[in-house]
Design a protein around this ligand. Sequence first.
Ligand code: SF4
Ligand code: SF4
Length: 344
Amino acid sequence: MSGAAAGDVPVLWLTAGLSCDGDSIAMTAATQPSLEDLVFGAFPGVPKVRFHHPVLAYEVGAEFLETFEAAQGEDFPPFILVIEGSVPNEANHAEGCWAGLGTDPDTGQPIPTTTWIDRLAPKAWAVMAVGTCATYGGIHAMAGNPTGAMGLADYLGWGWRAKSGLPIVNVPGCPVQPDNCTETLLYLLRQMVGAAPPIPLDEVLRPKWLFFQTVHEGCDRAGYYEQGDFASEYGSPRCIVKLGCWGPVADCNVGKRGWINGVGGCANVGGACIGCTMPGFPDKFMPFLDEPPGAKMSSSAVLLYGRTVRALRKVTRGSLNVEPEWRRRTDVVVAEPVVDSGGE
Ligand code: SF4
Ligand code: SF4
């Protein structure tokens, strides 16, 4: 792993994949750390970040692209390349391109996004794929799509390495949970200045500490599941597994972390988990909002135990809601309650 001198670190953010730009918008809600924390250098010893991002930039057109051109040269400082959006297969059509950014001055044609990736990825100190589209292909990569869309690791290769020696760092989510994104960026910055060991990634290149748990393991409704107490309609506070929640098998920390500043989280607030952080999304989770096949079996198994335990707990709760007898005064004569006869 190569180190880098402390100083502002350019983060070149390509939103020109196939996407809705939702990850960029989500990131503006990050609080742990926030964009401002990263830009203004809130962390001692961690370099500040200079974002080159179309949503945040004042520059437009060719002026905006100057940094992306310069980053291909040898004099450019170590930078982090962020890819948002899935990567189309530009080899599957005769003319034009599925996705592009800027115009080639020689041909007057759009510069394909894949060309930017080919030029910039080998120069980057680290490469992050942000959001499910960039990581694993997402919605655009569904069976039968005409674009041949894929995730960045499918495009560059799962064994691909950046200049630092790091593999692609995948932070999936549709959109990405904002703090998962900025926290991963912060980790890379710390690694860049030698303040952290190489980022630990799981077998599908997600930061391990963010994706080691299932939604279910951190869900506010897990107590209802355990008691076999399942919602049959929306608006109920109970477990929504029978309304299509895939939380028991989806690796995601949103149940614990919430969405913005610790608040929210899909299943917590009544939105069935559709497994958006998983490489098999969306095809393997469809049709959305149908009870998952595995849940039919597991929730049936839970029912007998859950209902029995719930009934027993009801009895126990009843007894626990009564104070022990010895806490009452014995020297006070309690008056009989006065019954209002209503004036009759
Ligand atoms: Fe698990 Fe989903 Fe039920 Fe939450 S709502 S307890 S994640 S099945
Ligand atoms: Fe995606 Fe499920 Fe996590 Fe929500 S809880 S972000 S749907 S994986």
